[in-house]
Design a protein around this ligand. Sequence first.
Ligand code: NAG
Ligand code: NAG
Ligand code: NAG
Ligand code: NAG
Length: 145
Amino acid sequence: MFQPNAVTLLIWITHLQTADQLDVNECQSGSHDCHSSASCFNSPGSFQCVCKAGHTGDGRNCTDVNECQSGSHDCHSSASCFNSPGSFQCVCKDGLTGDGRNCSVIDVCVNNPCGPNASCTQQDRSFRCSCVTGYSWNGSVCTGV
Ligand SMILES: *[C@@H]1O[C@H](CO)[C@@H](O)[C@H](O)[C@H]1NC(C)=O
Ligand SMILES: *[C@@H]1O[C@H](CO)[C@@H](O)[C@H](O)[C@H]1NC(C)=O
Ligand SMILES: *[C@@H]1O[C@H](CO)[C@@H](O)[C@H](O)[C@H]1NC(C)=O
Ligand SMILES: *[C@@H]1O[C@H](CO)[C@@H](O)[C@H](O)[C@H]1NC(C)=O
């Protein structure tokens, strides 16, 4: 088994330092040929180019992935998908609310716009109020008769 003594250890460390000093960091020096949409990774004596997220290619040439066309987006079925360099956006269609990944019909009754003694019924994007038995609509609220 290899038992490094002080001398071999010193040689080994000196060798490592020399190799380290000899390595040109192409990523820092700018002598790499990675694409502008790629990440550069330095390695001893070499470097690697890897296309960034949302891009495809060999690292020397990276092209945008159109997630909206390729179907790799996760937009809701009721959302519109918009491609952008390296990414995409999901926007709920008109009349719907949500973050684009999840769209639901706008609940116009959620804050009880009809007030007390009334029931709220959604009709598309508007609502209809009906007073409970014994109450009638006075133009703005249900009042007892
Ligand atoms: C990069 O790749 C795309 C898609 O494969 C190709 O159309 C384009 O010509 C390439 N560009 C270069 C500079 O190689
Ligand atoms: C979508 O949103 C609704 C209303 O906020 C919620 O009840 C539901 O759990 C959500 N679904 C997903 C998959 O996030
Ligand atoms: C009418 O509204 C008031 C105030 O919220 C409530 O206390 C009462 O019970 C309601 N009456 C009926 C019949 O729902
Ligand atoms: C309806 O009733 C409420 C509560 O009694 C009152 O404040 C309001 O002025 C009334 N509105 C009309 C149009 O009569």
